[in-house]
Design a binder for this molecule. Structure first.
Ligand SMILES: C[S@@+](CC[C@H](N)C(=O)[O-])C[C@H]1O[C@@H](n2cnc3c(N)ncnc32)[C@H](O)[C@@H]1O
Length: 300
Protein backbone atom coordinates (compact mmCIF):
# COMPACT_ATOMS: atom_id res chain seq x y z
CA UNK A 1 0.00 0.00 0.00
CA UNK A 2 1.15 3.53 -0.66
CA UNK A 3 1.29 6.25 1.98
CA UNK A 4 -2.26 7.26 1.17
CA UNK A 5 -3.85 3.85 0.96
CA UNK A 6 -3.98 3.19 -2.79
CA UNK A 7 -2.44 -0.04 -4.09
CA UNK A 8 0.32 1.75 -5.91
CA UNK A 9 4.01 1.30 -5.24
CA UNK A 10 5.37 4.74 -4.25
CA UNK A 11 9.03 5.19 -5.20
CA UNK A 12 11.55 6.81 -2.83
CA UNK A 13 11.83 10.01 -4.88
CA UNK A 14 8.90 12.43 -4.89
CA UNK A 15 8.28 15.49 -7.04
CA UNK A 16 5.65 18.12 -7.61
CA UNK A 17 4.36 16.48 -10.80
CA UNK A 18 4.22 12.92 -9.46
CA UNK A 19 1.36 10.88 -10.92
CA UNK A 20 0.88 8.41 -8.04
CA UNK A 21 -2.85 9.04 -7.79
CA UNK A 22 -3.35 8.77 -11.54
CA UNK A 23 -1.69 5.35 -11.97
CA UNK A 24 -4.93 3.28 -11.73
CA UNK A 25 -6.60 5.62 -14.22
CA UNK A 26 -3.71 5.45 -16.69
CA UNK A 27 -3.76 1.69 -16.27
CA UNK A 28 -7.33 1.53 -17.63
CA UNK A 29 -5.85 2.36 -21.03
CA UNK A 30 -3.48 -0.60 -21.06
CA UNK A 31 -4.57 -3.39 -23.36
CA UNK A 32 -5.37 -6.51 -21.31
CA UNK A 33 -3.04 -8.60 -23.44
CA UNK A 34 -0.27 -6.00 -23.49
CA UNK A 35 3.02 -7.79 -24.16
CA UNK A 36 5.08 -4.97 -25.62
CA UNK A 37 7.64 -2.66 -24.11
CA UNK A 38 6.61 0.17 -21.79
CA UNK A 39 8.33 3.29 -23.12
CA UNK A 40 8.40 6.36 -20.88
CA UNK A 41 10.29 9.35 -22.34
CA UNK A 42 9.58 11.67 -19.35
CA UNK A 43 10.11 9.29 -16.46
CA UNK A 44 10.20 11.81 -13.59
CA UNK A 45 9.97 9.75 -10.40
CA UNK A 46 9.14 6.65 -12.47
CA UNK A 47 5.98 5.94 -10.49
CA UNK A 48 3.89 5.17 -13.58
CA UNK A 49 6.24 2.77 -15.35
CA UNK A 50 7.40 1.09 -12.15
CA UNK A 51 3.77 0.19 -11.43
CA UNK A 52 2.47 -0.57 -14.90
CA UNK A 53 5.31 -2.03 -16.97
CA UNK A 54 5.00 -5.76 -17.47
CA UNK A 55 7.92 -7.57 -19.00
CA UNK A 56 10.20 -4.82 -20.15
CA UNK A 57 10.48 -1.08 -19.99
CA UNK A 58 12.58 1.81 -21.19
CA UNK A 59 12.40 4.67 -18.69
CA UNK A 60 14.20 7.84 -19.73
CA UNK A 61 14.56 11.46 -18.69
CA UNK A 62 16.99 14.31 -19.21
CA UNK A 63 17.38 14.69 -15.43
CA UNK A 64 20.21 12.28 -14.62
CA UNK A 65 19.83 12.20 -10.84
CA UNK A 66 16.75 10.04 -10.32
CA UNK A 67 18.09 7.68 -12.95
CA UNK A 68 21.48 7.46 -11.23
CA UNK A 69 19.77 6.52 -7.95
CA UNK A 70 17.50 3.91 -9.53
CA UNK A 71 20.35 2.42 -11.54
CA UNK A 72 22.43 2.14 -8.38
CA UNK A 73 19.53 0.40 -6.60
CA UNK A 74 18.99 -1.91 -9.60
CA UNK A 75 22.71 -2.74 -9.71
CA UNK A 76 22.73 -3.32 -5.93
CA UNK A 77 25.36 -0.59 -5.52
CA UNK A 78 22.84 1.01 -3.15
CA UNK A 79 20.76 -1.19 -0.81
CA UNK A 80 18.05 -0.49 1.75
CA UNK A 81 20.58 -1.18 4.47
CA UNK A 82 22.96 1.46 3.11
CA UNK A 83 20.13 3.97 2.83
CA UNK A 84 19.18 3.30 6.43
CA UNK A 85 22.63 3.93 7.85
CA UNK A 86 23.12 6.97 5.59
CA UNK A 87 19.79 8.55 6.65
CA UNK A 88 20.36 7.81 10.34
CA UNK A 89 23.75 9.52 10.14
CA UNK A 90 22.67 12.51 8.03
CA UNK A 91 19.33 12.81 9.86
CA UNK A 92 21.25 12.99 13.17
CA UNK A 93 23.47 15.76 11.80
CA UNK A 94 20.37 17.60 10.57
CA UNK A 95 18.85 17.33 14.04
CA UNK A 96 21.94 18.71 15.77
CA UNK A 97 23.04 21.33 13.22
CA UNK A 98 19.65 22.35 11.79
CA UNK A 99 19.28 23.93 8.38
CA UNK A 100 23.04 24.53 8.00
CA UNK A 101 23.41 20.82 7.49
CA UNK A 102 20.69 20.72 4.82
CA UNK A 103 22.51 23.44 2.90
CA UNK A 104 25.87 21.69 3.39
CA UNK A 105 24.40 18.53 1.82
CA UNK A 106 22.90 20.63 -0.97
CA UNK A 107 26.32 22.19 -1.73
CA UNK A 108 27.92 18.76 -1.58
CA UNK A 109 25.34 17.32 -3.97
CA UNK A 110 25.76 20.21 -6.42
CA UNK A 111 29.47 19.40 -6.57
CA UNK A 112 29.66 15.61 -6.35
CA UNK A 113 26.11 14.45 -7.35
CA UNK A 114 26.00 11.52 -4.94
CA UNK A 115 22.63 9.69 -5.40
CA UNK A 116 22.21 9.32 -1.63
CA UNK A 117 22.54 13.08 -1.18
CA UNK A 118 19.90 13.50 -3.87
CA UNK A 119 17.58 11.19 -1.94
CA UNK A 120 18.24 13.16 1.25
CA UNK A 121 17.47 16.48 -0.45
CA UNK A 122 14.33 15.22 -2.12
CA UNK A 123 13.02 14.05 1.28
CA UNK A 124 14.11 17.10 3.31
CA UNK A 125 13.50 19.86 0.76
CA UNK A 126 10.55 22.23 0.90
CA UNK A 127 7.27 20.57 -0.12
CA UNK A 128 8.94 17.53 -1.68
CA UNK A 129 9.88 19.51 -4.75
CA UNK A 130 12.65 18.91 -7.28
CA UNK A 131 13.91 22.05 -8.97
CA UNK A 132 17.19 23.16 -10.50
CA UNK A 133 18.49 26.67 -11.22
CA UNK A 134 19.72 27.90 -14.60
CA UNK A 135 23.16 26.41 -14.05
CA UNK A 136 21.65 23.03 -13.18
CA UNK A 137 22.14 23.37 -9.40
CA UNK A 138 19.51 21.90 -7.08
CA UNK A 139 17.97 24.94 -5.39
CA UNK A 140 15.07 23.84 -3.20
CA UNK A 141 15.18 25.38 0.31
CA UNK A 142 14.98 23.37 3.53
CA UNK A 143 11.58 22.13 4.72
CA UNK A 144 12.44 23.69 8.10
CA UNK A 145 11.93 20.47 10.04
CA UNK A 146 15.26 19.53 11.67
CA UNK A 147 13.57 16.37 13.00
CA UNK A 148 12.63 15.34 9.47
CA UNK A 149 14.32 11.94 9.59
CA UNK A 150 12.43 10.33 12.44
CA UNK A 151 12.76 6.59 12.84
CA UNK A 152 9.36 6.04 11.18
CA UNK A 153 10.27 8.28 8.23
CA UNK A 154 13.60 6.52 7.69
CA UNK A 155 11.82 3.15 7.82
CA UNK A 156 9.30 4.30 5.23
CA UNK A 157 12.04 5.47 2.85
CA UNK A 158 14.05 2.26 3.37
CA UNK A 159 10.93 0.20 2.59
CA UNK A 160 10.45 2.18 -0.61
CA UNK A 161 14.06 1.53 -1.62
CA UNK A 162 13.65 -2.19 -0.88
CA UNK A 163 10.47 -2.33 -2.94
CA UNK A 164 12.19 -0.50 -5.77
CA UNK A 165 14.99 -3.08 -5.68
CA UNK A 166 12.40 -5.90 -5.79
CA UNK A 167 10.50 -4.36 -8.72
CA UNK A 168 13.72 -3.78 -10.67
CA UNK A 169 14.94 -7.31 -10.06
CA UNK A 170 11.71 -8.81 -11.45
CA UNK A 171 11.50 -6.93 -14.73
CA UNK A 172 13.72 -5.90 -17.57
CA UNK A 173 14.03 -2.18 -16.81
CA UNK A 174 16.36 -0.06 -18.89
CA UNK A 175 17.08 3.50 -17.72
CA UNK A 176 18.51 6.14 -20.04
CA UNK A 177 19.42 9.79 -19.70
CA UNK A 178 18.26 11.10 -23.04
CA UNK A 179 15.91 13.52 -24.78
CA UNK A 180 12.35 12.38 -25.40
CA UNK A 181 12.83 12.55 -29.16
CA UNK A 182 15.48 9.82 -28.98
CA UNK A 183 13.31 7.69 -26.68
CA UNK A 184 10.19 7.90 -28.84
CA UNK A 185 12.27 6.96 -31.90
CA UNK A 186 13.16 3.69 -30.11
CA UNK A 187 9.52 2.56 -29.79
CA UNK A 188 8.25 -0.25 -32.00
CA UNK A 189 4.94 -1.76 -33.02
CA UNK A 190 3.25 -3.32 -29.98
CA UNK A 191 4.95 -0.95 -27.51
CA UNK A 192 3.08 1.57 -25.38
CA UNK A 193 4.55 5.05 -24.95
CA UNK A 194 3.42 6.95 -21.86
CA UNK A 195 4.27 10.65 -22.17
CA UNK A 196 4.11 13.05 -19.25
CA UNK A 197 6.13 16.09 -20.33
CA UNK A 198 6.47 19.26 -18.26
CA UNK A 199 3.23 21.21 -18.44
CA UNK A 200 3.75 24.28 -20.63
CA UNK A 201 4.02 27.39 -18.50
CA UNK A 202 4.16 25.53 -15.18
CA UNK A 203 7.08 24.31 -13.00
CA UNK A 204 9.74 25.67 -15.36
CA UNK A 205 13.34 24.92 -14.31
CA UNK A 206 16.63 23.63 -15.78
CA UNK A 207 15.09 20.27 -16.73
CA UNK A 208 11.50 21.40 -17.26
CA UNK A 209 11.18 23.93 -20.04
CA UNK A 210 8.27 23.26 -22.38
CA UNK A 211 6.76 25.48 -25.05
CA UNK A 212 4.65 25.29 -28.18
CA UNK A 213 7.63 24.21 -30.29
CA UNK A 214 8.10 21.18 -28.03
CA UNK A 215 4.39 20.41 -28.14
CA UNK A 216 4.43 20.48 -31.95
CA UNK A 217 7.43 18.12 -32.11
CA UNK A 218 5.87 15.74 -29.59
CA UNK A 219 2.63 15.77 -31.56
CA UNK A 220 4.45 14.90 -34.79
CA UNK A 221 6.47 12.11 -33.18
CA UNK A 222 3.40 10.53 -31.57
CA UNK A 223 1.45 10.72 -34.82
CA UNK A 224 4.31 8.99 -36.64
CA UNK A 225 5.27 6.29 -34.12
CA UNK A 226 4.23 2.70 -34.87
CA UNK A 227 3.59 2.23 -31.11
CA UNK A 228 0.43 3.22 -29.20
CA UNK A 229 0.64 6.23 -26.95
CA UNK A 230 -0.97 7.71 -23.88
CA UNK A 231 -0.24 11.39 -23.31
CA UNK A 232 -0.89 13.08 -19.95
CA UNK A 233 -1.72 16.75 -20.06
CA UNK A 234 -4.05 19.24 -18.44
CA UNK A 235 -7.10 20.89 -19.91
CA UNK A 236 -7.87 23.62 -17.40
CA UNK A 237 -7.34 25.08 -13.96
CA UNK A 238 -9.48 27.62 -12.17
CA UNK A 239 -7.40 30.30 -13.85
CA UNK A 240 -6.79 29.20 -17.42
CA UNK A 241 -7.24 26.55 -20.06
CA UNK A 242 -4.60 24.75 -22.07
CA UNK A 243 -4.83 26.11 -25.60
CA UNK A 244 -2.08 23.76 -26.82
CA UNK A 245 -4.21 20.71 -25.97
CA UNK A 246 -7.06 22.00 -28.10
CA UNK A 247 -4.77 23.06 -30.93
CA UNK A 248 -2.64 19.93 -31.21
CA UNK A 249 -4.59 17.01 -29.82
CA UNK A 250 -8.27 17.44 -30.62
CA UNK A 251 -8.10 14.70 -33.29
CA UNK A 252 -7.36 12.04 -30.63
CA UNK A 253 -9.73 10.50 -28.07
CA UNK A 254 -9.26 11.65 -24.50
CA UNK A 255 -10.47 11.01 -20.95
CA UNK A 256 -10.56 13.64 -18.20
CA UNK A 257 -10.42 13.65 -14.43
CA UNK A 258 -10.21 16.32 -11.72
CA UNK A 259 -6.94 16.17 -9.83
CA UNK A 260 -5.50 18.14 -6.93
CA UNK A 261 -1.74 18.48 -6.59
CA UNK A 262 -0.74 18.63 -2.94
CA UNK A 263 2.86 19.62 -3.53
CA UNK A 264 4.12 22.73 -5.22
CA UNK A 265 5.45 26.09 -4.20
CA UNK A 266 3.10 28.52 -5.87
CA UNK A 267 -0.57 28.95 -5.09
CA UNK A 268 -1.50 28.45 -8.73
CA UNK A 269 0.10 25.01 -8.75
CA UNK A 270 -1.85 23.96 -5.67
CA UNK A 271 -5.28 24.36 -7.19
CA UNK A 272 -7.29 21.63 -8.82
CA UNK A 273 -6.48 20.70 -12.40
CA UNK A 274 -8.58 18.95 -15.01
CA UNK A 275 -6.16 16.25 -16.13
CA UNK A 276 -6.49 14.59 -19.52
CA UNK A 277 -5.24 11.36 -21.01
CA UNK A 278 -5.05 11.73 -24.77
CA UNK A 279 -4.36 8.45 -26.49
CA UNK A 280 -4.19 6.27 -29.58
CA UNK A 281 -5.11 3.04 -27.80
CA UNK A 282 -7.62 0.68 -29.37
CA UNK A 283 -10.31 0.72 -26.69
CA UNK A 284 -11.79 -2.59 -27.82
CA UNK A 285 -8.92 -4.23 -25.91
CA UNK A 286 -9.23 -1.95 -22.88
CA UNK A 287 -9.83 -3.74 -19.59
CA UNK A 288 -9.23 -3.35 -15.88
CA UNK A 289 -6.50 -5.79 -14.98
CA UNK A 290 -4.64 -5.87 -11.66
CA UNK A 291 -1.74 -3.45 -11.35
CA UNK A 292 1.46 -5.28 -12.19
CA UNK A 293 2.69 -4.62 -8.65
CA UNK A 294 -0.69 -4.87 -6.90
CA UNK A 295 -0.47 -8.48 -5.82
CA UNK A 296 3.11 -8.51 -4.63
CA UNK A 297 2.55 -5.49 -2.39
CA UNK A 298 0.97 -7.79 0.17
CA UNK A 299 4.43 -9.28 0.59
CA UNK A 300 5.86 -6.13 2.16
C1 LIG B 1 5.88 16.07 -15.29
S1 LIG B 1 7.45 15.34 -15.04
C2 LIG B 1 7.10 13.62 -15.16
C3 LIG B 1 6.46 13.12 -13.90
C4 LIG B 1 6.30 11.62 -13.84
N1 LIG B 1 5.24 11.15 -14.70
C5 LIG B 1 6.02 11.19 -12.40
O1 LIG B 1 4.91 10.72 -12.09
O2 LIG B 1 6.90 11.34 -11.57
C6 LIG B 1 8.29 15.71 -16.50
C7 LIG B 1 9.68 15.12 -16.63
O3 LIG B 1 10.16 15.39 -17.94
C8 LIG B 1 11.56 15.56 -17.88
N2 LIG B 1 11.96 16.28 -19.11
C9 LIG B 1 11.85 17.59 -19.38
N3 LIG B 1 12.26 17.85 -20.64
C10 LIG B 1 12.65 16.67 -21.16
C11 LIG B 1 13.16 16.28 -22.44
N4 LIG B 1 13.38 17.18 -23.41
N5 LIG B 1 13.41 14.97 -22.66
C12 LIG B 1 13.22 14.05 -21.67
N6 LIG B 1 12.76 14.36 -20.43
C13 LIG B 1 12.46 15.65 -20.19
C14 LIG B 1 11.80 16.31 -16.57
O4 LIG B 1 13.11 16.13 -16.10
C15 LIG B 1 10.73 15.69 -15.67
O5 LIG B 1 11.28 14.65 -14.91
Amino acid sequence: MSDDGCPVFVPPIKSQGIKTKLVPWIQTLMPQDFAGRWIEPFMGTGVVGLNLARRSALLADTNPYVIALYQAVGDKAISGRMVKSYLIKEGGLLRSKGEDHYYAVRDRFNTAHDPLDFLFLSRAGFNGMIRFNRKGGYNIPFCRKPDRFSQAYVTRIVNQVNRLAAVLSEGDFEFKVQDYQVTIAQAETGDLIYCDPPYAGRHTDYYNGWDEGDEAVLNRLLRETPASFVYSTWLSTRFRSNELAEKYWSAFPHMTQDHFYHVGGSLDNRHGVVEALIHSVDLSSQARVPLARELELTLF
